[in-house]
Design a protein around this ligand. Structure first.
Ligand SMILES: N[C@@H](CCC(=O)N[C@@H](CS)C(=O)NCC(=O)O)C(=O)O
Length: 222
């Protein structure tokens, strides 16, 4: 039987939408480490409760989270932790992990690259002068260098084809978009040296279900 090639994000109906699971997502009022999870739900058309805990209320909730951290995804009452693992779990469930084992591997590689890049962001630096210097290094050296390497991998892996990171839309694209949504307001031309990735960023943001979520998501600083 011939199965029509319809991209997952425009499929109207999947088996997963039939089996109703109760999802509750707990995070701060920000995109941060929860946004990829929210984007997966948006693209897959899955309902969930988006519970945003204010920093002032966090001490009251911390002990109820298995690792004392968020995001936490409650699935039918069971609390799941670690954003990357939750993202892969949901992406696998909703067809956003890549189609082949190799695609899945590469989606993971890109995810690790974003994680490596974010680790260089000087979140914890208290000294304002030092932080300014580290931020400059982060935005003008560390990230652009990593993006150059990433663009090369992306172009090689797809033979220059203008597509998503691993062909079809995957969790890696959603993670890429989330990372760029964080960086672009800090440095508008951060993708200036990587035209293929700049086009990819636009492509991901133009996916109708992504666009719909972006247009209605709460505005937040991070
Ligand atoms: N590796 C974890 C890190 C989770 C994490 O660091 N969460 C932060 C917010 S982004 C948090 O809950 N901070 C509050 C605290 O540790 O008390 C993940 O990706 O889920």
């Amino acid at each position: 039987m011939l199965i029509p090639e319809i991209p997952i994000y425009s499929r109207p109906f999947t088996l997963s939408t039939v089996i109703m699971v109760q999802y509750k997502l707990y995070y701060f009022n920000g995109r941060g480490r929860a946004e990829v999870i929210r984007l997966i739900f948006a693209v897959a058309g899955v309902e969930y409760e988006d519970i945003r805990i204010g920093h002032e209320d966090w001490p009251k909730h911390k002990a109820s989270m298995p690792l004392g951290q968020m995001p936490v995804l409650e699935v039918d009452g069971k609390k799941m932790v670690q954003s990357g693992a939750i993202g892969r779990y949901l992406a696998n469930k909703y067809g956003l992990l890549g189609s082949t084992d190799m695609d899945k591997y590469w989606a993971d590689v890109y995810g690790e690259m974003f994680e490596d890049m974010s680790k260089k962001y000087p979140f914890a630096e208290k000294d304002e002068e030092k932080k300014k210097e580290l931020m400059k290094q982060f935005l003008t050296v560390s990230v652009p260098e990593a993006l150059l390497k990433m663009e090369k991998l992306y172009v090689d892996n797809n033979n220059g084809k203008e597509c998503f990171l691993v062909g079809e839309l995957s969790v890696a694209d959603l993670a890429f978009m989330t990372f760029m949504d964080f960086l672009v307001p800090m440095k508008e031309d951060i993708l200036g040296g990587v035209p293929k990735l700049a086009a990819l960023y636009k492509r991901v943001r133009e996916v109708p279900k992504v666009q719909a979520w972006v247009s209605k998501r709460p505005q937040s600083q991070f």
